[in-house]
Structure formats: C-alpha cells, structure tokens
Design a protein around this ligand. Structure first.
Ligand code: BG6
Length: 473
C-alpha cells in the first residue's frame, strides 16, 4: 500500500470534535413549546421496544454538565443540530418560539465559555410533523419556503456566533427511508415519484439556504453533509467494477455532483428518466441549483460495501444495504470477506475512509468535514463502574490514522467529529446500540439517574486531541 512518508499530519487549528443530533439526545420532546417532529412520531410508534425521544439522553436538562465534560475532553468543536420544532413548532408558524431559540443561545454561551467551536446542522431528520400532515412535507414546494424561513431565523439569531453551518444531514439516506420523511404512499411507482420529488425540493431548499447564509453571514462557511457509503467491486470483472461505480454514483455522487456542479448529472437523469421518476422542475429551478456553491462538503463515514453486477431479471433483489437500494441491471451487495463487521453487521474499513477522503477531494477540490465517524455497540458497564470499550478505541485509532495519511496526501480536512459525544437514541436501534464517548446510564426503558460516565474511549480521544494525532497511542 502506498504510504506517505511525510508524517506531519494535522494542521494547526484542526477541529477535533464530537457530534450529536437534537432528537437523539435532547429529550424534553414537548417542553417549552416544542412541536412534534417526524422523528418523534416515528420513535413513539416503537416506544414499547426501544427508547423514544421523550427523554433520550436528556441533554436539554444536562447541557451544562455535558459541556463541562466536552471541555474536559478537550473538544475543539461540537457538531449538534437545532431541532426545527423547537424554533417553529408546527413548521409554518408566523413567529418563532422564543423559548426554543433561548435554549440554543444557552448552549452556544456554554460552548463559547470553553472555546469550543459550534458546528450547527439545521436539519437532522426532524422535520415538523405538522408540515407532513398539512401538505405532505417535502413532497410539496411550500416546504422549501418553510425551511428557508426557519434557516433565516437561525442565521438572524446565531449568525454572529456560528462559523460553520450544515444544511441537511444525510439527504441521500433520508430520501430512501420512508419513516424519516413519513412517506405514506403505498403504490410503488407513485412512491418512487414522490421520493424523487422530495429529493428535488430538498436540493432546492439546500441551495436557497446556502445562498441565504452567504448573504446574511458573510464570515461563515456552509455545506451539506451526506452519508458516504462507498463500494468496492466484488471482483475485478469489468461488470463488477462498473457495478461499484454505479453504486457510488447512485448512492453518493449524484448528491455531491448536484451540490457542487449545480445541476443533475446525466447518469442520474438517465436513471430517473428510465424509471419514470424524474421530478417536476418549476421555472427557475435550474438557476436556483446553479446559483449556490457550498464552501465545504461534510460527510458521515461508518462502513463500505462490495458491489457486484446484478442481472436485470433477478427475482429478489437482495437488500443488504442501509439505503435499501439495489438496482437490477446495475448492482447489488455482497459481503466483503476482507473486512470484519460490528455486531450490527457494519463492515469496518479504515482504509476505505482514506480512500473516500481522497476520492471526494480529488473529485471536487473542496475542503471536507467529517461530521460523523464511530462505532455502535452494546457497551457494558463493568463492575468497576467503567466502560472498557477497546473495540471503539481501535475503531477510532485506525480511522484517525488513515485520515492522517489522507491529510498528508493533501486532502484539506476541516474537522473530524466522532459520532457520538454521548450515548443516544440510535436512528434505528434504540438506546442499546451505543455510540458515545460518554456512557449514559439508562436502559431502553429504565431511565435510572441518567448518570454520565466517560468511557475508556473518552480518555483515549482526550490524548489524541492533546497531542494532535493518534501516533503511539
Ligand atoms: C447517521 C445519522 O446515519 O448514522 C445518525 O446521521 C445515526 O443520526 C448514525 O445515529 C448511526 O446510525 P444508527 O442507525 O446506528 O443510529
């Protein structure tokens, strides 16, 4: 494997961070005027099995002590999201909810106290439920107006103290998961048409918000963040190599191509048109897409896939992937025999991380920001009252080391944010699938005292931040 001999590593001012999202940590799901989001309603449907968003990690009431822990860890950045429904409980309210705005003022005050850079996501899976009930959410263009209004309020209120903004978290994943957008249509063809119309509206909304941010907060940087799920060819058979390329395009690059180049790439148009899914464009949509340019690309990285050619006439396309996307005539997924997987089957691939960083940077020549990277497991509180999560330390160490190599090879990385700072409600598997550097002492249904206990990985990452690399740790 090609190694870069220049060991210098991370630049001065590199933002070593950690990440969370509002609905997964805050709790207080109906407090101080907050409205219900689709993330709340989806989680409440499974309250009997999994922890829901009602309390989560109760960050809403513990943010002060949690930020003290962030300072102890030495965090340079904290990536979190604003809960859209704290600011506009219904999504289309005339006035914003002052109590909701005040909560994030207080969070920002605390971060400022300890010199932690906020990286703020505007929308992380939690659109107001009312907007879906009123007009179908992103299926309707009015949603663009309502999202832009919400973003404007955030820029007005926090624009003088937030330097890094993220528009939409994982639009490419969200659009493939019915529950994240509350897609109720059952007819498969209509459902796909709605899905791609929603995607189009999110692209427009993202572009409008980037332009707005550039106008209102000239000193700030803004970009989207997406789920980067790259594929290797399962073999060197040319059809498999093409399958991996198709998968990369239809999972990842169609999204970043639209963001960076401001138009639908031809391969994506063809794919949508072949299936009768190309969205309706209104007058001026091309200009909106072309008129916005992100300052950086954020991405979340957990795993890679291996793709092979999938025959057109396959009977049961095998859905081995998180995005539930397999395209007969193009690709499907197989297990990669060279990689180990987590207990949840997520294939661990630090070298793939390096490759992803290189590919993204070479394709767009834009700085990148890692907004999530981490490992979800059933952590156990040991008898000594600690959490010995060596597996997470290994995961983080190997990824940080591969990121360093990419940085040495010239990739401009703005920030690396571990998912997650705290244990939280996983977007698919409740509270038992733990990602945090800090353990939250609760089970799916027993809240106990919600004590905060730093894991071994917390102390490992503390050393990484202090010395600016994982070398020798
Ligand atoms: C990303 C999301 O998809 O991955 C997070 O941005 C999520 O919200 C994380 O928690 C891990 O996924 P999961 O399903 O294990 O929680």
């Amino acid at each position: 494997m090609m190694e870069n001999r220049k060991i210098s590593g991370f630049p001065e001012g590199f933002l070593w961070g950690a990440s969370t999202s509002a609905f997964q940590v805050e709790g207080a799901y109906a407090e101080d005027g907050k409205g219900l989001s689709v993330a709340d309603t989806a989680s409440l449907k499974h309250s009997d099995v999994y922890a829901d968003t009602k309390v989560a990690a109760d960050f809403y009431h513990h943010y002060r002590e949690d930020i003290v822990l962030m300072a102890e860890l030495g965090l340079k950045s904290y990536r979190f999201s604003i809960n859209w429904t704290r600011i506009y409980p219904n999504g289309d309210d005339e006035q914003p909810n002052e109590a909701g705005l005040r909560f994030y003022d207080k969070v920002l005050d605390e971060l400022e106290k300890y010199g932690i850079e906020p990286i703020v996501t505007l929308y992380h899976f939690d659109m107001p439920q009312h907007l879906v009930d009123a007009y179908g959410g992103w299926a309707d263009r009015r949603c663009i107006r309502d999202f832009v209004k919400y973003a404007r309020t955030c820029f007005e209120r926090y624009g003088n103290r937030v330097r890094y903004w993220l528009t939409i978290n994982e639009q490419n994943l969200m659009v493939r998961k019915d529950k994240l957008l509350d897609i109720r249509e059952e007819d498969p063809q209509k459902k796909e048409q709605i899905r791609h119309q929603m995607n189009h509206h999110m692209f427009l909304a993202g572009a409008e918000v980037i332009k707005l941010c550039h106008r209102m907060c000239p000193g700030a940087k803004i970009g989207p963040t997406f789920a980067y799920l790259p594929s290797y060819p399962a073999t060197c058979k040319p059809e498999d190599v093409l399958a991996a390329m198709d998968s990369d395009n239809l999972y990842n690059y169609y999204l970043t191509d639209i963001h960076v180049y401001g138009k639908y790439p031809q391969y994506y148009r063809n794919y949508l048109e072949e299936h009768g899914w190309f969205p309706q464009f209104a007058d001026g949509d091309e200009e909106i897409l072309a008129g916005a340019k992100p300052d950086f690309l954020g991405f979340n990285y957990y795993l890679t896939y291996a793709a092979e050619y999938c025959p057109e006439d396959v009977e049961n396309a095998d859905y081995l992937s998180i995005l539930n996307l397999v395209v007969p005539g193009h690709f499907r997924y197989v297990k990669n025999p060279y990689l180990k997987a987590t207990e949840y089957g997520w294939q661990i691939d630090p070298v793939g991380f390096r490759k992803s960083l290189m590919e993204l940077y070479q394709r767009y020549q834009l700085p990148v920001m890692i907004t999530e990277n981490g490992m979800g497991t059933h952590d156990v509180l040991s008898e000594d009252g600690k959490i010995h999560d060596d597996y997470r330390i290994n995961y983080l160490k190997s990824h940080i080391e591969e990121m360093r190599k990419a940085v040495c090879d010239g990739v401009e990385v703005l920030s690396y944010n571990v998912w997650a700072f705290l244990d939280l409600v996983s977007s698919s598997d409740g509270f038992s699938k733990r990602y945090g550097l800090v353990y939250i002492d609760r089970t799916e249904h027993d809240l106990k005292q919600l004590a905060r206990i730093p894991k071994d990985s917390f102390y490992f990452y503390q050393k990484v931040i202090a010395q600016g690399s994982a070398d020798g740790l």
